[in-house]
Design a protein around this ligand. Structure first.
Ligand code: GLN
Length: 500
């Protein structure tokens, strides 16, 4: 490999091809035409993981023998027929079930849990020819915004190794940003795909609630949780989404709505769209550099032939409190199953059953998960239920109506993803409220169930990525990705070199 090329771009002298391991669309083309084999792609992905991951800490599991076997199976399959994700290396967040491979959810509680089944998304990925290269780190049970809440390791931002990659899908964002995988799966409740995507200069999509089956996703807040793809371009996200979206009989909450061919529709002309800018997303707390970059991004979007207007989402100031109550309440109920009885960690030599429950849960869960379980148990308790939970559900309706009203006037909304760029490791770890508040622009789409994407839109003076958020109405992922594609094609961001 010539030294002048960055370590994620490889030259194949045999067929005179240059392949960027961050480009899923190109990889499937090469593997389907059999110019480059899935095994060769897998070897490069594994080599890149071996080179970069010791400094980044994204992977919790990577079994190279298994990966190469799987790639060889894809090479045999493409002799028969083309596959949409042929040979594409994909990293999977460790709260998504993989048969025979540890699925820890970043928790001591599931440290040794090996699922006997695949999540539907993993089944669909493999049917489409993708190669799962490993399981990646996350905040424990997806609770957090920095991946610091993992019980196992710290994951570092590839643009500044002293900073967080965002979270909770931090490992997924780092895997695709550093070229260790072409695509990744993350999960979202309040911003866990979009925020790490924005911190790591990649594209991250939170789909409409119900768009992608959650069978095999460890439940956090079931009325909000979604699985979402991360990659290096809207085209790759469209390619992946088209394969994993759609009704699944194993998940009653998956939507029966037909799945468009997102990738084929990506280059359709945009037409004259109306874009809304929520004024509440530009108030106090927004870092001036992030504000300037996103405002420039919005001006650019206007140059795509769109009209830009100001809109209001008046209930935004209540979103964090609302999210905290609803998500914690649902988490306390969902996490009741980790009691040491059926699977996972169990404390040794308990005195009796109560002692076993108590010590298993105290030792098995980390401090953030315990905090949420306690908040959730409190807001659901008989004296508090109406004052907190029922009220929070009413506020959620108001937030949803804000969006309904806005989408009566505009086709899409634009704004920041996070109030700041990536913060330092440890900076907010002791301050849960500061951490919760950093989700202000992302929890709203989660509560409303609408799709939203983060796309790269610039860098700070210090070389940290800044993301821009686009949101559309329910099931409008096609439009969302077309707009994201048009934007990234016309206004590509020149990035500083990776630190690894
Ligand atoms: N940071 C948010 C939280 O801690 C969102 C997490 C998520 O989307 N899974 O709840």
């Amino acid at each position: 490999m010539p030294r002048t090329l960055p370590p994620v771009i490889f030259v194949f002298p045999r067929c005179y091809r240059v392949m960027d391991i961050r480009d899923a669309h190109a990889i499937q083309g090469f593997v389907n035409s059999r110019e480059i084999s899935a095994r060769e792609v897998a070897e490069l992905s594994l080599a890149r993981i071996a080179e970069a991951d010791p400094g980044l800490g994204a992977f919790l599991a990577c079994d190279s023998r298994r990966v190469l076997e799987r790639a060889e199976a894809v090479d045999r399959a493409v002799r028969e027929r083309p596959l949409p994700l042929a040979g594409v290396p994909v990293a999977v967040k460790d709260n998504i079930s993989t048969r025979g491979i540890c699925t820890t959810c970043g928790s001591r509680m599931l440290e040794s849990y090996i699922p006997p089944y695949n999540a539907t998304v993993v089944e669909r990925l493999e049917a489409a020819g993708a190669v799962v290269v490993g399981k990646v780190n996350c905040d424990e049970f997806a609770m957090g915004s920095s991946t610091e809440n993992s019980a196992f390791q710290v994951t570092r931002n590839p643009y500044d190794l002293d900073r967080v990659p965002g979270g909770s899908s931090g490992g997924s964002a780092v895997a695709v940003a550093a070229g260790m995988a072409a695509l990744a799966l993350g999960s979202e409740t309040g911003g866990s795909v979009r925020q790490p995507a924005s911190f790591c200069n990649v594209v991250g999509l939170k789909p409409t609630y119900g768009r992608i089956s959650r069978y095999g996703l460890a439940a956090f807040a079931s009325s909000i949780d979604c699985i979402g793809p991360l990659g290096n371009s809207p085209r790759d996200i469209a390619l992946l989404l088209g394969q994993i979206a759609g009704r699944d009989p194993m998940d009653a909450t998956s939507a029966p709505a037909p799945v468009p061919d997102y990738a084929a529709e990506l280059d359709r002309p945009l037409g004259r769209l109306r874009l809304g800018v929520p004024k509440e997303y530009f108030g106090q707390g927004l870092d001036p550099e992030v504000k300037a970059a996103v405002e420039a991004g919005i001006r650019n979007a206007g140059r795509l032939g769109c009209d830009v207007v100001e809109v209001s989402l008046p209930h935004t100031p209540f979103a964090i409190a609302d999210y905290c109550i609803i998500a914690s309440a649902e988490a306390s109920s969902n996490l009741a199953r980790y009691d040491g009885v059926k699977y996972g960690f169990r404390v040794e030599a308990p005195e009796d059953l109560m002692d076993m429950y108590q010590h298993t849960r105290t030792l098995g869960f980390g401090p953030e998960v315990r905090r949420r379980i306690m908040i959730g148990t409190y807001v659901l308790s008989s004296g508090c239920y109406d004052a907190y939970y029922v009220r929070a559900m009413k506020v959620r309706t108001l937030i949803r109506r804000d969006f309904e009203r806005a989408f009566g006037r505009v086709d899409a909304l634009l704004g920041p993803v996070s109030p700041t760029a990536a913060f330092r490791i440890g900076e907010k770890a002791e301050d849960p409220l500061a951490m919760y508040h950093s989700d202000i622009y992302t929890v709203t789409a989660g509560l409303a169930g609408i799709p939203a994407v983060s796309i790269p839109c610039g860098f700070t003076g210090g070389g940290l990525p800044i993301g821009m958020q686009i949101m559309t109405n329910l099931f409008q992922e096609g439009l969302l990705l077309r707009l994201a594609q048009a934007y990234t094609r016309e206004f590509p961001v020149v990035s500083p070199p990776l630190r690894v």
